[in-house]
Design a protein around this ligand. Structure first.
Ligand code: MRU
Length: 350
């Protein structure tokens, strides 16, 4: 696996604190925060200083390891009880991306058989590091599978930021573009700006520029016209939660792009790791959709752009029904056809 891309890492473990790339400050400044407490971690997730499903999970895992490293309980049962409480606190930060719960539950599960507090503390740090290291490998694999679906010189559209900074490294939907630079397979990317909080223009445009990808920024309402006039060959997006039938929650606007892909008869791909699947829920109807503050829509950079007193609806995600998805690209391969069957093969115990 190569790591020659000029991309920063969004989350780094430092024993006494977590170093976090502040995604709210990008692209104007590359600023790192020191997260010292569980409250710092909760706030960073809630306020989108770290965002993107896998990066949220990794940060929460390190947050739990950091908090637990300071527990003064010397009884293992009391230690585990406190860890469970703090797991629930972090789980309350954002509701949609299942990676958050997946990572927190994996952390709690890692010490179930442990009988001493010291061993529990080292096990938790080790588990969080494993979650991060594995995610980088997983993203590299997703990137290679995704690249196999694209041809040299293709123009491809994406939304939000399912990039390196949303994961341990490489990204999911953006991984093929980063790898295309290393493999010298030129591709052209059209990035939707992604209202309301502009992960497309602030993060994807910046991230792809960093690695030298040919990226063009458009506003979200330019998607149909751009597909038609620029000959877009495929749309690729990330995911926050994939149900047992393949229905996929991702950034608001994704569903609209899937409908456009159908209308223009171009493939619509979802790129996501197995940690983003929620085989316990049957369909997308069961995915909780986060609604965020009205100010994300009524204000831009702190300035009001809508009338005082206006009613606002601000869902952060939408659900794309499985029948609109051409393929789901995972680290284990490319899923197509009957998603329910394909997903069941990956999660046989469910
Ligand atoms: O609100 P965000 O920025 O956390 O939403 C992120 C997305 O919708 C991403 O596409 C998804 O988490 C995949 S990131 C690899």
């Amino acid at each position: 696996m190569t790591t020659t891309l000029p991309l920063p890492r969004s989350v780094q473990w430092n024993d006494t604190h977590i170093t976090l790339l502040n995604q709210q400050a990008l692209p104007l400044s590359i600023e790192y925060l020191e997260l010292q407490t569980l409250e710092d971690v909760w706030d960073a997730i809630k306020t989108l200083k770290v965002r993107g499903a896998p990066a949220i999970g990794i940060t929460a895992a390190f947050g739990l390891a950091l908090a637990a490293s300071r527990y003064e309980e010397d009884n293992i049962d009391a230690f585990k009880a406190r860890l469970n409480k703090e797991r629930d606190y972090l789980a309350n930060s954002r509701p949609t991306a299942v990676n958050l719960f997946w990572a927190l539950d994996r952390m709690v599960g890692s010490i179930q058989e442990v009988t001493s507090v010291n061993e529990a503390k080292t096990t938790l740090v080790h588990e969080a590091i494993c979650i991060q290291v594995e995610d980088e490998e997983v993203c590299y694999s997703i990137g290679n599978y995704a690249l196999s679906l694209l041809n040299k010189q293709d123009s491809v559209m994406t939304i939000c930021n399912a990039g390196s900074i949303a994961t341990a490294y490489y990204g999911t939907a953006l991984a093929p573009f980063h790898l295309s630079i290393e493999k010298e397979i030129p591709l052209k990317v059209y990035a939707c700006e992604t209202r309301p909080v502009l992960q497309g223009s602030r993060l994807t445009a910046w991230e792809l520029q960093q690695s030298g990808v040919d990226v063009t920024l458009i506003t979200d309402n330019m998607a149909a016209h751009t597909i038609k006039t620029k000959g877009i060959k495929a749309i690729i997006v990330g995911a926050d939660r994939i149900a047992a039938n393949g229905d996929t929650a991702n950034k608001i606007g994704t569903y609209g792009l899937a409908l456009l892909a159908k209308s223009f008869e171009i493939p619509f791909y979802v790129a996501a790791p197995l940690s983003t699947f929620d085989p316990a829920i049957e369909s997308g109807a069961e995915i909780p959709i986060e609604e965020r503050a009205a100010e994300e829509i009524t204000h831009l950079n702190g300035s009001r752009i809508a009338p005082e007193g206006i009613s606002v609806y601000n869902p952060a995600f939408d659900v794309t029904p499985n029948e609109l998805i051409t393929a789901i690209i995972t680290e284990k391969g490319i899923l197509k056809g009957n998603y329910k069957q394909e997903i069941q093969k990956l999660f046989p115990q469910q």
